[in-house]
Write a protein that binds this ligand. Structure first.
Ligand SMILES: Nc1ncnc2c1ncn2[C@@H]1O[C@H](COP(=O)(O)OP(=O)(O)OP(=O)(O)O)[C@@H](O)[C@H]1O
Length: 261
């Protein structure tokens, strides 16, 4: 099978987005393939969050289209879309207080009463355990630290077992151990057949864990490919204005950020 023939979960075709009359996405074409862990990377304001929101169906594009499988994303009913695609935005402050386990259970809302109460309890407990947050189950979400709250929100992302997971800077508030644990969880999810799309600032994590990178700059897709193909010193220099090195050590991809150019 050639690259062009590989099946695609999400396809963006000539995508454009205008916000406050400013173009923030411009002629973006990209494919998200099943079972891959893809990171959208790029400097602040490059359009990563905007792209993820369009991919999740939360922002309608100003031009172009997104398809989920063989159907136009915009034509898929909201509840069905939510069962097929779980989304975690970059920042989300709880609007009111509730126990962490109840926040996680909200991730099962798209299934309505199709899931029994016992199954809800079991799945919530499993999702909390996946992000090392079992001990937070009964805590009020408004009383959690930033990283604790993020882990609970991640459990809500995972609890529905959706085949497509989209998360915007999922590990931004997490300590280094929980960041690594989280990336391993996303890696396991994609190894078990799920499709995962993350916006990431940490290029070391992107290089180490991801199959594919989409490098954005100024609302356009600047480069895409494997971490080794995308994170060349020349590209990183042009987009981020820093020296860098990409290398393999003990079979693991490493990205090392150097000085400013
Ligand atoms: N709600 C909004 N209304 C208007 N413009 C917005 C809005 N959100 C983002 N923008 C603009 O869209 C552009 C892309 O923003 P976006 O949040 O997608 O970038 P990003 O790559 O995710 O950035 P960061 O790394 O800082 O999170 C920026 O110029 C930003 O100012």
């Amino acid at each position: 099978m050639t690259e062009q023939e590989l099946p695609v979960v999400l396809r963006c075709n000539a995508l454009a987005l205008t916000r406050d009359r400013r173009p923030v996405l411009d002629d973006v074409h990209c494919d998200i393939r099943p079972g891959e862990l893809t990171a959208v990377i790029g400097p602040n304001g490059a359009g990563k969050s905007s792209l993820l929101s369009v991919l999740a169906g939360l922002l309608p594009p100003s031009a172009g289209e997104v398809s989920l499988g063989v159907r136009a994303l915009a034509g898929i009913p909201v509840a069905e879309r939510a069962r097929r695609c779980a989304f975690l935005p970059q920042q989300e402050v709880p609007a009111w207080s509730m126990a962490a386990q109840d926040l996680v259970a909200l991730g099962l809302l798209p299934w309505g009463r199709a899931i029994s109460r016992t199954a809800v309890r079991e799945r919530v407990a499993r999702a909390l355990a996946q992000v090392d947050a079992t001990e937070l189950a009964l805590r009020q979400v408004t009383h959690l630290s930033g990283g604790e709250l993020r882990r609970v929100q991640l459990a809500r992302l995972l609890v529905g077992d959706a085949p497509l997971l989209i998360a915007d800077e999922p590990g931004a508030a997490l300590d280094i151990r929980h960041q690594l644990q989280l990336m391993q969880t996303f890696r396991q999810q994609s190894d078990s057949g799920k499709t995962v799309v993350l916006a990431l600032h940490d290029l070391g994590l992107a290089a180490r864990y991801c199959d594919r990178l989409l490098l954005m700059q100024g609302g356009r897709l600047f480069a895409e490919g494997t971490p080794e193909q995308v994170l060349t010193p020349a590209r990183v220099g042009e987009v981020y204005g820093i020296h860098s090195e990409f290398r393999w050590r003990d079979g693991r991809a490493e990205f090392i950020a150097g000085d400013l150019l």
